[in-house]
Design a binder for this molecule. Structure first.
Ligand code: ADP
Ligand code: MG
Length: 725
């Protein structure tokens, strides 16, 4: 069976070199790849309506009886029209096809079809043009959901469906299920062959739901196994003992412009205790945005350096790294600690210098501290006296980056910081049994960002409010969501991730951006257009925009201008989400707030209220119904990032947490697609999958007793390439 699945796609009849090339563009190379090319959406053909119930221009299904002979009319330039009428109890519809004379024999008088397509109405006349059609009998009902696949040139829906039908008929008959049977039954999951058949050609909504549940479980399970088997160097002994007396720490505290909060002091105490042992520290520092994790990181770095060691701090973006460098390097310099910033922007000449200074044998020439991005993982970066590695917003790093990091620093103390409360089961898989320090207290005098939920009718007042804040010297963020441009073909489709088993109507679900939509895939149009419109309304304001499709250098430039105050209103997609610090910004406006996850909104809100200015967050709601209203209401009344994240997890599923984890690492490499899992609304499925995976790995870390699972993972890793080496 496995040989059949791993056979090249050309083993299928009808797939030659041309189609092979076309399939390759979809990253489909083997029979198995095709089997796992799930529909991206479904046409809702089961929603059959009487003609009289259809809104003109709406796509839907109707069941009609052919009531006239087909007439073929020849129109200009050799084009022909085939027309006939068909009726149901509520009306008569004229149906037209172009250049398809042969259909004459398909629609004999009195035959009954389910037609799917756009129905137009003028007066009491209905028309459909080139609808999809399926012969209809009452005895054998037609499936309600019709799969729609992602396509590429040279591959039509018909071809893909036919090829998949071929694969399904062979594969599902002989397929072995790699998921251990006891887990399958314990979780009440359907079998793999059944699930694969149903996801492509569901019998009904319930079957699709069960199929997705099984396949989502598999994706979570494999994801956890993969994360659990890679890149986790056990915490070793042989770490450098980094201990400094309180009198030395006093030097650090004296240089700070403020006192640590109790929670910060406790975190620093945890860190100092860990670092004074020769078992490497493996600690996670969690706390809401703005709680002051950076200064704890700085204290850890200080401890390492004062113990004759070096420290590295890695951030997920160039902007964040630069900001940390701006904050920390002068502070360190004032205490005689030498540091440098290393990012993608660092010139080759500077890089060479930094590399040399990091490995300098003479402590007098040596860099004590380096702050940077993934650039810190390059081969050239080595330390003469490694002591401490810190990652900020670690969950934003890809799996392979994490693996490199822990491999490169097997003996260093590790500290990671995160403002995202990751579900415990995910944290365990990602980090193993990390120690956790939680900062649950904000620095004193921190203001609460007053939050309002408004709708479009407030636009004029909103404009006035922008003007007022800018007039007083403040700065404004406007965040626009991703806008998926829907072509006509997309109308009425049910995306794969939408689920009938889920709370909230379909309309409400579909008004939300899929939770796992990576932020830099966002369409720039909404932000750019908004910025233009705003500039047109207020030409005297300095407005700029930034979006995920801009080059990193351009983005950094605009963000830099905003940080310097040269830009007064920054319109952006969610690229500003992570960690930017512009204390003068006092107004955050989020457009189409109903499309955002609550955690995302909370992160965005955390961008303001960082300075002296009284700050506001205004969520502009443009739809989404009562569910959206209730969700946004949570933002108005809750300021605790943890509670908000919990709400998100129950309402939107774990996609928000998984997207950055998988997105930056294995997903693109082809082996690991979370096609179903990321949209799965029920977080407990992930918990269960992760717990099973951990239980298996604890008992059998190399999966010797599970050859099927191992083989599957190995093929994933083989495809993922650079992850393991
Ligand atoms: P985060 O935890 O989100 O990384 P930061 O470390 O960036 O937060 O801290 C946010 C702001 O709070 C910074 O401007 C920092 O200087 C300030 N800050 C941190 N700790 C304290 C404190 N104990 N007292 C006053 N201000 C503090
Ligand atoms: Mg931070």
């Amino acid at each position: 069976m496995n040989t059949y699945l791993s056979a090249p796609i050309t083993t299928l009849s009808g797939v030659g070199e041309a189609r092979k090339k076309a399939y390759a563009r979809l990253d489909i190379h083997t029979v198995k790849d095709l089997l796992y090319h799930f529909p991206r959406a479904f046409e809702n053909r089961g929603d059959v309506r009487p003609l009289s119930d259809v809104r003109s221009g709406e796509k839907c299904a109707v069941v009609l009886t052919v009531s006239t002979e087909c007439r073929v009319a020849r129109v200009k330039r050799g084009m022909t029209l085939l027309k006939f009428r068909a009726f149901d109890d509520s009306g008569v519809c004229e149906i037209t096809f172009f250049n398809q004379d042969y259909l004459r024999s398909v629609f004999p008088l009195g035959s009954v079809f389910r037609f799917y397509g756009k129905v137009e109405q003028t007066g009491n006349r209905y028309t459909m043009t080139s609808p999809a059609y399926e012969p209809y009998t009452e005895i054998r009902p037609l499936p309600p959901l019709f799969p729609v696949y992602s396509l590429t040139e040279g591959l039509s829906q018909k071809i893909i469906s036919a090829n998949i039908a071929q694969v399904l008929s062979i594969a599902t008959a002989r397929m072995e299920d790699p998921l251990p049977e006891d887990i399958r039954t314990a979780e009440g999951l359907v079998t793999l062959p059944w699930a694969l058949k149903q996801i492509h050609t569901p019998d009904d909504y319930q079957s699709l739901h069960e199929a997705k549940r099984r396949l989502a479980f598999d994706e979570f399970f494999r994801f956890a196994l993969a994360l659990g088997t890679m890149g986790k160097t056990p915490r070793t002994t042989g770490a450098p003992i980094c201990a400094v007396p309180d009198t030395t720490m006093k030097e650090f505290y004296d240089a700070l412009p403020y006192e640590l909060t109790g929670a910060q002091a406790k975190a620093v105490a945890d860190i100092r205790r860990d670092m004074s042992c020769d078992t490497a520290m493996s600690r996670m520092l969690v706390g809401d945005v703005g709680c002051g994790k950076t200064v704890c990181a700085a204290a850890a770095m200080f401890v390492a350096v004062k113990s004759g060691r070096q420290a590295a701090l890695m951030a997920p973006t160039g902007i964040l790294a630069a900001q940390h460098a701006d904050d920390l390097l002068p502070f360190f310099a004032s205490m005689g600690i030498k540091g440098a910033l290393l990012t993608g922007h660092t010139t080759p000449a500077q890089k060479k210098k930094i590399y040399a200074a990091l490995t300098a044998v003479d402590p007098a020439e040596r860099l004590d501290v380096v702050i940077g991005t993934q650039a810190l993982l390059s081969e050239g970066v080595n330390f003469a006296a490694p002591g401490l590695v810190i990652t900020d917003e670690q969950h934003r790093f890809g799996v392979n980056q994490r693996a490199t990091l822990s491999e490169k620093n097997a003996h260093a103390h590790l500290l990671c910081m995160s403002a995202t409360p990751i579900p415990r089961s995910l944290a365990l898989v990602l980090y193993g049994d990390l120690d956790v320090s939680r900062i649950d207290e904000m620095p004193p005098g921190r203001q609460r960002v007053d939050t309002f939920v408004v709708d479009e009718s407030y636009r004029a007042r909103l404009d006035a409010f922008i003007r007022k804040n800018v007039g007083e010297g403040g700065q404004v963020y406007v965040v626009c969501p991703a806008v998926e441009e829907k072509s006509e073909d997309e109308e009425g489709l049910i995306p794969l991730w939408a689920d009938f088993g889920r709370e909230g109507s379909f309309g409400e679900q579909m008004a939300m951006t899929p939770p796992w939509e990576p932020s830099d895939q966002t369409d720039m149009k909404a932000a750019v257009q908004f910025a233009r419109d705003l500039s047109a309304r207020m030409p005297d304001l300095r407005v700029a925009y930034v979006h995920g499709k801009m080059k990193a250098a351009e983005k950094d430039q605009v963000m830099g201008d905003f940080a310097k105050g040269e830009v007064q209103v920054l319109v952006s997609t969610t690229v500003i989400e992570v960690g930017v610090n512009v204390p003068n910004a006092c107004l955050m406006i989020v457009e189409n707030a109903e499309r955002f996850g609550l955690s995302q909104l909370h992160q965005l809100r955390g961008r303001v209220g960082r300075g002296q200015r009284k700050s506001y967050c205004i969520l502009v709601r443009a739809g989404g119904g009562d569910t959206a209203k209730a969700r946004l209401e949570v933002m108005r009344t809750t300021y605790d990032g943890y509670r908000i994240a919990e709400q998100d997890l129950t309402q939107r599923g774990p996609g928000d947490f998984l997207a950055p984890v998988s997105g930056a690492g294995i997903r693109q490499s082809g082996g690991f697609r979370l096609q179903v899992a990321e949209g799965w609304p029920d977080a407990s499925l992930m918990d269960h999958a992760f717990n099973h995976a951990r239980a298996i790995l604890n008992e059998d870390p190399t999966l010797d007793k599970y050859p099927d699972l191992r083989e599957e993972l190995e093929s994933v890793f083989a495809m993922a390439g650079d992850i393991l080496n």
